[in-house]
Write a protein of this length. Structure first.
Length: 171
């Protein structure tokens, strides 16, 4: 069985492009040019990771246009619409200190002054910075800035984020 934690989500197939089997992919990475370096990806199709070799990569506006080997026309790739594209975690770019993959933050428990106050349910981007969407233990949703200044520790291995927010933030 394949462990989904071994994969990182890097794109979403929005649609087909043209008639020769290209796919219009919305990149879910901060640097879409990374697609050029990939030789293979995994597409999550009906709950299974399907390995695909990349034949060609082009760019069009905010989209990446991908052509997989073994598919010659639009009819062959149409079943891939609305699927996510992943890479093997071992092929991921190296992260700098205080950089994290979004999917590693989701599900982390949030601690403040030794108490668990909730869990990260999503990551939102406001343009200036990323924000944690926290589902608190009393079922509220709170948006918390994912900025080094407001974070004491991020422990991805143990799925714990310790924050140092100011008094009353969650009141």
């Amino acid at each position: 069985m394949i462990n989904s934690m071994n994969y990182l989500k890097i794109g979403f197939i929005k649609n087909t492009h043209g008639i020769k089997g290209e796919l219009k992919v919305l990149p879910l990475t901060d640097n879409p040019k990374r697609f050029k370096k990939l030789k293979e990806v995994f597409v999550l199709v009906k709950g299974l990771y399907q390995k695909e070799e990349i034949e060609k990569v082009r760019f069009s506006n905010e989209f990446v246009l991908l052509k997989f080997k073994n598919y010659k026309d639009i009819n062959g790739v149409s079943f891939l619409k609305n699927c996510y594209i992943y890479i093997d975690r071992k092929d991921a770019v190296s992260l700098k200190e205080w950089e994290f993959f979004t999917q590693d933050l989701i599900g982390c428990a949030i601690f403040y002054k030794g108490s668990n106050i909730g869990i990260v349910s999503d990551i939102l981007n406001s343009g200036a910075n990323d924000n944690l969407l926290i589902k608190t233990n009393d079922n509220r949703e709170v948006i918390y800035p994912f900025l080094r200044y407001f974070l004491e520790k991020v422990d991805i291995d143990n799925k714990i984020i310790t924050i140092n927010q100011y008094e009353g933030f969650f009141d």
